[in-house]
Write a protein that binds this ligand. Structure first.
Ligand SMILES: [Zn+2]
Length: 406
């Protein structure tokens, strides 16, 4: 079956009551119907979420910015607003709002194949809900909205925030901007991602650099007149492989594999078979374990370059390091980890993919990644979320709000 879409128009006409009647599937259908691929502006979905949050008594605040392509991207923060009388002012001395629990979901999705004609129409089959973003991560957003809408927010003693971000799929850019702007600090944060409802309390970092090794072109019949950038790059890459091997001894159990991994994914160099190569470029990607500085690998690579220079004074390598996403780890005995383990009935684990958790940690939170759906079906044509998990997520999030903010 397919779900018809009401979107905010019904609610705009009829007020809060229209939203109250909405099931979590109906909410998810509304969210899936709004195309929010990262390359587009997320203004439409933010406007929908803002309307809904405002209808339930949240105070909303948007943080807007124009991206490199001139497109508006918006983060939305919705806060319960009646906690002042029951707890100290949520305004800290620094001016940032102090939140007890933040539920964080990204509004953008990866692109979809134009042949997937139902990508924006939530469709149920055998207890599974299909649609672009149905799994990653609109299911979590729908669950968060449904959970808050079944609670009397005016009775909460401690501040709750719903945080909806932009551009997660292209490098967690919205969450990073939020972490820089610091409009709030949070004690606990549940970061929505498809984890099949297993709480994930730690994740590897993700870093990326492009290295350009220079040489000197010459006719290949007279190699002594030049210097091969490809031979030089090969020597450096051989050392990088040794670095990868050495890093295996620094282990964090619970990760698979339990050490920092390196990958040279792309290499390009030279212009013809009979020319000594003047330039060779390659990418270096590394995924750091928690507790290891994200630039540690780069320091080791620089040491290798210095060593190579000793035998080849003209050895030249430029490094363009353009991404340093931090790893994260929240203590196993954090109240949020313990709560989510109990509520989900599953032990906490670790994630191998990038998330917004490090940004929430920089806002002061114990952060755990948690949500319905399986990351292995996310980003695929025909991604889906199991309806049972979606409903279970609503229950867990409702309990979380009651426990941390009640
Ligand atoms: Zn996601």
């Amino acid at each position: 079956m397919t779900y018809t879409v009401r979107q905010s128009l019904t609610a705009l006409c009829c007020g809060t009551a229209a939203f109250l009647k909405m099931t979590v599937e109906q909410t998810l259908a509304d969210l899936v119907a709004i195309d929010s691929v990262s390359s587009r502006s997320n203004a439409d979905i933010i406007s929908y979420l803002q309307t809904r949050c405002a209808a339930f008594g949240f105070e909303t605040k948007t943080l807007s910015h124009i991206d490199e392509s001139g497109i508006e991207k918006i983060n939305l923060v919705a806060l319960t607003s009646r906690q002042e009388s029951k707890s100290p002012s949520p305004l800290s001395s620094a001016g940032a709002l102090q939140i007890e629990l933040a539920l964080v979901g990204h509004t953008d999705t990866v692109p979809y194949d134009p042949n997937w004609t139902d990508a924006l129409t939530l469709t149920e089959k055998d207890g599974r809900l299909f649609g672009r973003g149905a799994c990653d991560t609109k299911a979590f957003i729908a669950a968060a909205l449904t959970a808050t809408e079944t609670i009397d927010l005016s009775k909460l003693n401690k501040p709750l925030a719903l945080v909806f971000t932009s551009d997660e799929e292209i490098g967690c850019l919205g969450a990073k901007r939020l972490a820089d702007a610091k409009p709030l600090t949070a004690r606990h944060a549940i970061v929505g991602e498809p984890t099949s409802l297993q709480p994930m309390r730690a994740g590897k970092g993700y870093c990326l650099a492009e290295l350009t090794v220079r040489g000197r072109e010459a006719h290949s019949a007279y190699p002594q007149l030049g210097a091969s950038a490809i031979f030089r790059a090969a020597r450096l890459i051989e050392r990088i492989e040794r670095i990868a091997d050495a890093l295996k001894s620094d282990r964090r159990e619970g990760f698979d594999p339990p050490y920092t991994t390196l990958n040279v994914g792309i290499i390009k160099g030279g212009t013809a078979k009979n020319i000594v190569a003047g330039e060779c470029r390659f990418t270096l990607e590394w995924r750091t374990i928690p507790g290891q500085a994200s630039d540690h690998v780069l320091d080791l690579v620089r040491q290798s370059i210095d060593e190579l220079k000793k035998g080849d004074p003209e050895f030249l390598c430029e490094i363009d390091a353009n991404r340093f996403d931090e790893s994260f780890a929240t203590r196993a005995d954090s109240p949020l980890v313990e709560f989510l383990e109990r509520a989900s009935g599953r032990p906490s684990g670790t994630v191998a993919f990038g998330t917004e958790a490090p940004s929430m940690i920089s806002l002061g939170a114990d952060a755990v990644v948690f949500g319905p759906g399986d990351i292995r079906v996310a980003h695929r044509t025909g991604e889906f979320v199991p309806l049972r998990q979606l409903n279970q997520c609503v229950q867990v999030l409702r309990q979380a709000i009651e426990k941390f903010c009640g």
